[in-house]
Design a protein around this ligand. Structure first.
Ligand code: SAH
Ligand code: DHB
Ligand code: MG
Length: 230
């Protein structure tokens, strides 16, 4: 099965089910022109995130890793007019470009951007008493993801949904000897989820493998559950 075929199917899905969208196309075009890495979610994945947010009735969303704002736009559009999305980005130049794309999508009032290392921004949000966020999309640096989960757990409530992108990494997830730092981070994420399952049971999770125009990867979805009082 060739990547060419995965591309063709992503194109087919996009043409039949998603259609054209000026703001999303602007985000991709300005990101490419600005030399940002081409690592945003694909259009079908962006739509999936948006549908999950809508099915969930999310009113508050937290995103880690803004890049050019492509997934931000998909997710922020799932919100009601008084809904809010906070998105965290390390690189100030990426954040600046994302701000222009978010503005062009008419979403500036719904989206708050914070620039800096995600762990620091998360700690600030915790100190500020921000949240709880109904939906969290973790898509910043992959080695940082296990630490982000621990912090994010202080910003959610029972019923919140936490999604991590890039959790399969070409199958390296299942390789205990992988030297891919991202895959090691995702293995650690799974170990944390396994420890929680054996222990407090705060999360119920699964990981879904995906193919498409970004190759072979996947995402992890976790539901925050009530924990029985001891
Ligand atoms: N969610 C975006 C893609 C994000 S790519 C989309 O799908 O459209 C990952 C992003 O995380 C990059 O923009 C990168 O600069 C950012 N990043 C990397 N390390 C980070 C860190 N420590 N804190 C916050 N953001 C980080
Ligand atoms: C890569 C892909 C991503 O979706 C991401 O968030 C970060 C990096 C990559 O393929 O390198
Ligand atoms: Mg990603």
């Amino acid at each position: 099965m060739s990547e060419q075929r995965w591309n063709a199917v992503d194109d087919y899905i996009s043409e039949t089910l998603l259609g054209e969208d000026a703001a999303l196309e602007r985000a991709q075009a300005t990101s490419a022109a600005g030399g940002l890495p081409p690592i945003s979610v694909t259009a079908p994945q962006g739509k999936l995130l948006q549908l999950i947010a809508r099915i969930h009735g999310a009113r508050t969303i937290l995103e880690l890793g803004t890049l050019g704002g492509y997934s931000t736009i998909w997710l922020a559009r799932a919100l009601p007019p008084d809904g809010r999305l906070v998105t965290l980005e390390l690189d100030p130049s990426y954040a600046e470009l994302a701000a222009s794309n978010i503005a062009a999508a008419g979403l500036s009032e719904r989206v708050e951007q914070r620039v800096g290392p995600a762990a620091e921004s998360l700690r600030e949000l915790i100190v500020e008493g921000a949240g709880p966020y109904d939906l969290v999309f973790m898509d910043a640096d992959k080695p940082g993801t296990p630490a982000y989960l621990e912090l994010v757990l202080q910003l959610v409530r029972p019923g919140s949904v936490i999604i991590s992108d890039n959790s399969v990494r070409g199958g390296d997830l299942a390789d205990p000897d992988t030297d891919n730092a991202g895959a090691r981070g995702m293995r650690r994420l799974h170990e944390l989820l396994a420890a929680d399952r054996a222990g407090p049971g705060r999360l119920s999770a699964t990981t879904i493998q995906t193919v498409g125009s970004k190759g072979y990867d996947g995402f992890t979805l976790a539901l925050v559950q009530e924990v029985a009082a001891v």
